[in-house]
Design a binder for this molecule. Structure first.
Ligand code: NAP
Length: 310
């Protein structure tokens, strides 16, 4: 991509509309940087796939994830952030003007704030995608209640899988927790919670090799690598997340799992004028509040860099 001088230019472009991107937008717009925020077809990030958020400070009774994101968006717009739906398919970060291609449109900016988040990993079975939303899910809080009184399964062995399995026992007649090894990766407290729960049956040393069912019937059963067939009506995949960094491979420093590696204690990346915040650079905390905090840092870093470093 070459800058041809005719593209739409902004001082600051923010990619992503989760808590990190929207907090960066609030700060950047209050600093009179008139940011443009671009997001894909599902705005709001991962919080829009949850129900109650009970650990975001300031909401003693909790708040629904989508409501929190709408509030953040309105706050960003109030100070002048322009928000557009655009799927960015290519970026060029090597010149002083960063260039972003979205379909037939091109944008350029002096400072780019990346807040593209992370997506749930899938097992990789063909039926998994086909039956997503028809009994297969990556979000127990979103879909668990649809399977009230039914048997369900969770695959994974980390904190997410344990949390989801425990949560699903509120609805399910029984929850199988299928793990590929003979010990969980999850923290001790989460493991204890799972082991004490009479509705959870551990299925050790097994993987799901086939999801049986159809869009019409929903999920009917799972075939496991040990030959066992589990009759369940839902499968929740909780095997971790992948950072949304495919656009930046080859230009930004990424760790072995694909997360952006910012300079220690800041949101600066290895490229001048490019900043990263939220889950795209954080595989440890992964919380809405830490994402929002790093979004604030990214806007302040960008503002200072534009004032003194450009
Ligand atoms: P994780 O810790 O990376 O665990 C992923 C689990 O999925 C592992 O047990 C892994 O098995 C299994 N797995 C990975 N790929 C698989 C595959 N293809 N087929 C079958 N199993 C597969 O991910 P996470 O549970 O999402 O947690 C991520 C981070 O968020 C952690 O730091 C966690 O502590 C944090 N978190 C915290 C909380 C909380 O404190 N409330 C809740 C959720 C998450 P192996 O063990 O064999 O590798």
């Amino acid at each position: 991509m070459r800058y041809n001088g005719q593209m739409e230019h902004h001082k600051v472009i923010i990619l992503g509309s989760g808590p990190a991107g929207l907090t960066a937008a609030v700060y950047a717009s209050r600093a009179s940087l008139n940011p443009l925020l671009l997001h894909g077809p599902l705005p709001g990030g991962q919080l829009t796939t949850t129900t109650d958020v009970e650990n975001y400070p300031g909401f003693p009774e909790g708040i629904m994830g989508p409501d929190l994101m709408i509030a953040m968006e309105n706050q960003a717009k109030r100070f002048g952030t322009i928000i557009k739906t655009e799927v960015v398919t290519e970026v060029s970060l090597s010149q002083s003007k960063k260039i972003l291609k979205a379909g037939s449109k091109e944008y350029s900016c002096d400072a780019l704030i990346i807040a593209t988040g992370a997506s749930a990993k899938l097992i990789g079975l063909p039926e998994e995608k086909e039956l997503m939303g028809y009994g297969v899910s990556t979000c127990a809080t979103c879909d668990g209640a649809f399977f009230r009184g039914k048997p369900m399964a969770v695959v994974g062995g980390g904190d997410s899988a344990c949390e989801e399995a425990s949560f699903l026992t509120k609805f399910g007649s029984k929850v199988y927790l299928i793990h590929r090894r003979d010990e969980l990766r999850a923290s001790k407290i989460m493991q204890d919670r799972v082991f004490k729960n009479e509705k959870i049956e551990m299925v050790w040393n097994a993987t799901v090799t086939k999801i049986n069912g159809s869009k019409e019937s929903g999920v009917k059963s799972l075939t496991l690598s040990n030959g066992r067939e589990l009759e369940v009506e839902a499968l929740f995949v909780a095997i971790g997340h992948t950072p949304n960094t495919s656009l930046f491979k080859g230009s930004l420093d990424l760790d072995e799992n694909g997360y952006i590696v910012p300079k220690t204690g800041s949101t600066h990346t290895n490229i001048e004028g490019v900043f990263a915040c939220g889950d795209v650079q954080d595989h440890v905390y992964r919380q809405a509040i830490t994402a929002a905090g790093s979004g604030c840092m990214a806007a302040i870093d960008a503002e200072r860099w534009l004032a003194h470093g450009a």
